[in-house]
Design a protein around this ligand. Structure first.
Ligand SMILES: *[C@@H]1O[C@H](CO)[C@@H](O)[C@H](O)[C@H]1NC(C)=O
Ligand SMILES: *[C@@H]1O[C@H](CO)[C@@H](O)[C@H](O)[C@H]1NC(C)=O
Ligand SMILES: *[C@H]1O[C@H](CO)[C@@H](O)[C@H](O)[C@H]1NC(C)=O
Length: 333
């Protein structure tokens, strides 16, 4: 999600694996994961490092449990690299921030769901596009080593690279993979993201070079994002048409199938209106029909500080929690 127009950075909702046969009224979908982003730790990106409780907050595990009970089984939890490892990427962890963050991650995985560790940095560190693959690899080694024995953790190399040389984006993803595996974290999935905000609709225009990423553990999943408003930015609650969801993911689906890759729709959303609801359902139906390559999807976004945000999945009164949960439930694993 682009955040340039809002002072607080939007966080992502993650998908969680639901407890099997928890709810007999729902069919099981063929997705492996469905969930939401859990925003908060990446908020206040204009204030680095910022103050917990003022500039940023950690997601509410009681609220997460409500979504787990509903059947979600993956949660993407954004954070800021500068808060996690300040000053330089080769530095060490900020203990207080890491502990607040890892408490949420460990809560989620302790419930049997997957937690996506998401540096919500758009390929930037202190605002400058990351160019040193070596420093980035070290950042990932330092962080991944903390989670190497937790196989319910998923590493997401970075949120929404954009306006960068494609060869750099590919090299940074490969450096992250190498750093994570070198740290001894060999059993976890790694979500890679592409250039141009990792959009599904433009994937085959900008990100075909991502095909050559390699992983000794063979656990790469291509994370793409897709919004359904006219510019695809997810800043409007109006969707282009009731069929735009499926239309925007067809080419990326073909790319995944042609190249023998797996994908996840790491961010998507729609406004609380019938056009968007139909568009979201059309997109999810199509993804599910192609669940040979699509492992799941994650709504954007839940989190305690969203207020009346158009896409808020936060229980008990978030706009999307009220309007979309019943639609999404039929796609829960
Ligand atoms: C956390 O979520 C629960 C469930 O919605 C709510 O009762 C509680 O007030 C929330 N806590 C905070 C600190 O927002
Ligand atoms: C991927 O690697 C192969 C083999 O090295 C090469 O032929 C191909 O051009 C690469 N593809 C892209 C899109 O870079
Ligand atoms: C989660 O939220 C972040 C913004 O905080 C957004 O960039 C990302 O796309 C979202 N991810 C998912 C899977 O919804």
């Amino acid at each position: 999600m682009k955040t340039s127009i809002i002072s607080i950075v939007l966080s992502t909702a993650g998908l969680t694996l639901g407890a099997p046969s928890k709810d007999t009224k729902k069919r099981a979908s063929s997705f492996e994961w469905f969930g939401s982003n859990e925003s908060g730790a990446e908020f206040g990106s204009g204030n680095i490092p910022g103050v917990e409780g003022t500039d940023y907050t950690f997601p509410n595990t009681t609220a997460i449990q409500i979504l787990i009970d509903a059947g979600m089984n993956i949660f993407r939890v954004p954070f800021l690299m500068e808060r996690m490892i300040p000053t330089e990427m080769t530095g060490s962890l900020n203990t207080a921030y890491f502990e607040g963050y890892s408490e949420v991650i460990n809560y989620i995985t302790g419930q049997g769901a997957h937690a996506v560790v998401d540096p919500h940095n758009f390929g930037r560190y202190y605002g400058t596009p990351i160019s040193s693959t070596s420093d980035f690899q070290t950042f990932w080694s330092t962080l991944a080593s903390q989670f190497k024995s937790n196989d319910k953790v998923i590493f997401d190399t970075n949120n929404e690279y954009h306006d960068m040389d494609e060869s750099v984006v590919v090299a940074l993803n490969q450096a992250a993979i190498d750093g994570i595996r070198d740290a001894g974290a060999t059993t976890q999935y790694i979500f890679v993201e592409g250039n141009s905000y990792t959009g599904a609709w433009t994937w085959t225009t900008y990100n075909t070079a991502m095909v050559n990423l390699t992983d000794p553990s063979d656990l790469i999943v291509y994370e793409m994002h897709q919004y359904l408003d006219s510019d695809g930015s997810g800043t409007s609650d109006q969707c282009v048409s009731s069929t735009i969801g499926q239309e925007r993911v067809v080419d990326a689906t073909t790319w995944l199938q042609t190249n023998g890759k797996r994908g996840i729709l790491g961010e998507f959303a729609g406004g609380a209106n019938s056009v968007c609801e139909e568009a979201v359902e059309g997109m999810l139906n199509y993804l599910e029909q192609n669940s040979d390559v699509w492992l799941g999807a994650s709504w954007w976004s839940a989190g305690p500080w969203w207020g009346d945000y158009i896409f808020s999945m936060e229980p008990p009164s978030g706009t999307a929690y009220v309007n979309y949960l019943s639609i999404l439930e039929s796609y829960f694993p």
